[in-house]
Design a protein around this ligand. Sequence first.
Ligand code: CO
Length: 129
Amino acid sequence: MIRGIDHVAIAVKNIEDGCKIWKDLGFEVEYEVIEEQGVKVGIIHIGDSRIEILEPLSEESPISKFLEKRGEGLHHLAVKVENIEATMKDLEEKGYRLIDKEPRIGAGGKKIAFVHPKSAKILLELVEG
Ligand code: CO
């Protein structure tokens, strides 16, 4: 049911500072601004997975709130699942708390949903694909 790690997202105050180590390790960084989510993203491809470095676009961004509370570091882990509706239903039936009741559309038009950190110990993103 779980096909692998889709991405690992790291919250940072400054995207250049956050991407520096990956550039120094020889990776190329792609940049993207996602207005709806209030973030600037640095994407590093590593095999079939990627690392996303997230910098908030404004004080209102959920990433700003995260940085205030927790500081820089791991923001969420995303795993690839075959069938997102089936995975969500299964987790709900087992008593896990989902942030999304229905899948929403994420980057690349893929269906995504978040599992609450109270249930998964970290913020967990499910990505269909
Ligand atoms: Co994500």
